[in-house]
Design a binder for this molecule. Structure first.
Ligand SMILES: CC(C)(COP(=O)(O)OP(=O)(O)OC[C@H]1O[C@@H](n2cnc3c(N)ncnc32)[C@H](O)[C@@H]1OP(=O)(O)O)[C@@H](O)C(=O)NCCC(=O)NCCS
Length: 159
């Protein structure tokens, strides 16, 4: 796993991505803190316990540093920022059935704009993941020497 860097002052055009998901009936929004357990349940069901820990931190910030995509009141995907470390993007995930619709890219853009609004010039995609997705969506590039990055000596999950 490596980290990637994103130039937040040089993000691509995002409106067409937002419009595409909106036309598919998808709502992009920050979850309310009263929905914390529901977002955590989604992440637990579709992803991993470690990501539940991270989303729980994002949901405890004010404002919440998490975006979700919903359709017909069901969560399709989520993305966190300023959570694992300051200026980091992630974790993020879209349920398998909802992939390929632009939801992952829309959540990425909302989060990177969130980082930029916090005053960061650069964002870090922590511990990727699908490098080509980030290269293509936001011009991210691998940070030399970032293999394993901060993710060292991690406690194993109980069997
Ligand atoms: C990565 C992920 C969030 C992408 O979500 P998605 O909603 O399917 O992605 P989108 O539909 O927005 O795709 C946007 C573009 O990226 C491309 N893309 C999507 N997933 C990709 C991947 N894994 N590798 C390369 N390109 C990818 C799409 O083809 C699309 O291209 P286009 O803009 O030319 O149409 C989703 O596949 C996922 O949840 N994966 C498992 C969890 C994960 O790996 N999270 C990232 C950890 S760093």
């Amino acid at each position: 796993m490596e980290d990637m860097l994103v130039r937040l002052y040089d993000l691509p055009e995002t409106e067409s991505t937002y419009q595409r998901v909106q036309e598919a009936g998808v709502i992009l929004r920050r979850p309310g803190v009263y929905e914390k357990h529901l977002v955590e349940n989604f992440v637990r069901e579709h992803f991993s316990p470690k990501w539940v820990s991270e989303v729980s931190v994002a949901m405890s910030h004010q404002p919440v540093t998490c975006w979700i995509a919903t359709k017909e009141k069901q969560i399709l995907g989520f993305a966190c920022y300023d959570t694992t470390c300051k200026a980091f993007f992630g974790p993020t995930g879209v349920s398998e059935e909802a992939r390929g619709l632009g939801v992952g890219k829309a959540l990425l853009y909302r989060s990177l704009e969130g980082l930029r609004e916090q005053g960061y010039a650069y964002g870090v995609i922590g511990g990727v993941g699908p490098k080509e997705f980030y290269e293509k969506a936001c011009g991210a590039f691998v940070i030399p020497g970032s293999t394993n990055s901060i993710y060292r000596d991690i406690l194993p999950e109980p069997q």
